[in-house]
Design a protein around this ligand. Structure first.
Ligand code: ADP
Ligand code: MG
Length: 248
């Protein structure tokens, strides 16, 4: 399949079945363009995380293809890790290395994978921490940080590999309410800087503000996809209408 130059990710007819009988994805098609912010909303169990995880082959599709910058991803390719590094992933549960300082969490991959010098890596780490508003935490350890601070470090760590796209799976769902805003602000800034982003979120106001397109999923399918004003204010599909009535 030929993808267009401005398409960073193309998902083509993707199916994912768990244990032979759980149909998590049932023929999903979506492309994400350079600089675009695409958010995915939908009820729990609708396949949002599975779709996101299939995009970088953390989950191997049962059938269908994922293209990243024009290349079909195959789990057995020897360059799969290189491609994956260009897709930053941020999870609900931070996943920082507890025994490493904030700076070391951020510089580990650039040093190991990109063979960046200590000096250059430290410079990069400091600049990313400045970007997420945590310059004063450079020598702290994860257990000395609040949830919102941990998540901002996780974002900085993903950015350290200079990714072409950032994938976020409910990045604020594990946070106390007063910390949600600071993480969303960092994500907003990234979007404004032109970062390509795919975001699974329950933060509907954020999705409305920041998205170029919103995807509504249910039962492993994309039910509706549209610009935020259309999808939130004038949803076409009954299932979208029902879902939005419940959550808005
Ligand atoms: P969402 O993120 O929208 O809540 P998920 O993608 O996590 O949905 O899950 C979609 C469906 O796939 C659900 O029925 C879920 O239970 C199932 N599922 C997800 N991951 C696994 C797994 N590793 N093993 C078995 N079933 C799974
Ligand atoms: Mg999920």
């Amino acid at each position: 399949m030929q993808t267009k130059d401005n398409q960073i990710i193309v998902v083509n007819n993707l199916y994912k079945t768990f244990n032979d009988n759980i149909h998590a994805l049932n023929g999903v098609n979506i492309s994400v363009n350079k600089g675009e912010v695409v958010t995915i909303i939908g009820p729990s169990g609708s396949g949002k995380s599975t779709l996101l995880r299939c995009m970088n082959l953390m989950e191997v599709p049962t059938s269908g293809n994922v293209f990243f910058k024009g290349e079909a991803l195959h789990i057995k390719d020897k360059n799969i890790n290189q491609l994956r590094e260009k897709m930053g992933m941020v999870f609900q549960s931070f996943n920082l290395f507890p025994h490493l300082s904030v700076l070391e969490n951020i510089t580990l991959s650039p040093k190991l994978v990109l063979k960046m010098s200590d000096e250059k890596a430290k410079e990069l780490g400091a600049s990313l921490l400045n970007q997420v508003g945590l310059s004063d935490k450079i020598d702290s350890y994860p257990n000395q940080l609040s949830g919102g601070q941990k998540q901002r470090v996780a974002i900085a760590r993903a950015l350290a590999m200079n990714p072409d796209v950032m994938l976020f799976d409910e990045p604020t769902s594990a946070l106390d309410p007063e910390m949600v805003g600071e993480v969303l602000q960092v994500m907003r800034n990234l979007a404004n800087q032109g970062m390509t982003m795919v975001i699974v979120t329950h933060e509907m106001n954020f999705a409305k503000d920041v998205s170029d397109r919103v995807i509504f999923m249910a039962e492993g399918e994309i039910i509706e996809i549209g610009e935020p004003t259309q999808l939130f204010n004038k949803p076409k599909e009954v299932r979208t209408q029902t879902f939005l009535k419940r959550v808005l």
